[in-house]
Design a protein around this ligand. Structure first.
Ligand code: FES
Ligand code: FES
Length: 184
């Protein structure tokens, strides 16, 4: 017992004069992101989510904050072409990635992405709050190529909620782009 007490004092107790507890996080960390085609050197706080970086630091308000808990899909962006809930990603973990938000989907000359055109054509939004996330998710879905039928489109878009219930027209919009691509 005496041995154990000695070991505890010598081996595990903090040395006199040294602070105990976890190491402090740096205030900011330097990262590089290519956002909508533009490479940016950024200094971000370690706990800043990609969503907050986009909206609060870079004023890219197209990406919406719904639940902030990974449950609604309103914050969906493309990271290296894959869809992701930006509220669930710490910005520092995306160092070196390419991020595309709704603002980056149209061509530089202003021509809308075919899915943006299709959303307008099919009235696929009401309040529009979910729309940027729906469109980013839909763009990735088209690229993934898994969904062919309305049922499959619904299944693969199920992470994106719409409070207004515009689902039918959203599915029609995505289906119309798939049909146009197949007709080429
Ligand atoms: S705000 Fe990210 S999933 Fe709802
Ligand atoms: S159009 Fe209103 S939440 Fe989808």
């Amino acid at each position: 017992m005496a041995d154990l007490e000695l070991k505890t004092r010598q081996g595990f107790a903090p040395d006199a004069g040294h602070e105990s507890g976890p190491a402090a996080l740096p205030d900011e960390i330097g990262i590089t992101l290519t956002i909508n085609g533009k490479r940016q050197e950024l200094h971000v706080r370690p706990w800043t989510t990609l969503l907050d970086l986009l909206r609060e630091d870079l004023s890219l308000y197209g990406t919406k904050k719904g639940c902030d808990h990974g449950q609604c899909g309103a914050c969906t962006v493309l990271i290296d072409g894959e869809r992701m809930n930006s509220c669930l990603a710490l910005a520092v973990t995306k160092d070196g990635c390419e991020v595309t938000t709704i603002e980056g989907l149209a061509s530089p000359d202003g021509t809308l992405h075919p899915l943006q055109e299709a959303f307008i054509e099919h009235d696929a939004f009401q309040c529009g709050y979910c729309t940027p996330g729906q469109i980013c998710s839909g763009v990735a879905l088209l690229r993934e190529g898994h969904a062919k039928t309305p049922e499959e489109i619904r299944e693969h878009m199920s992470g994106n909620l719409c409070r207004c219930g515009a689902y039918t027209n959203i599915v029609d919009a995505i289906e119309s782009v798939i049909a146009k691509e197949n007709a080429k």
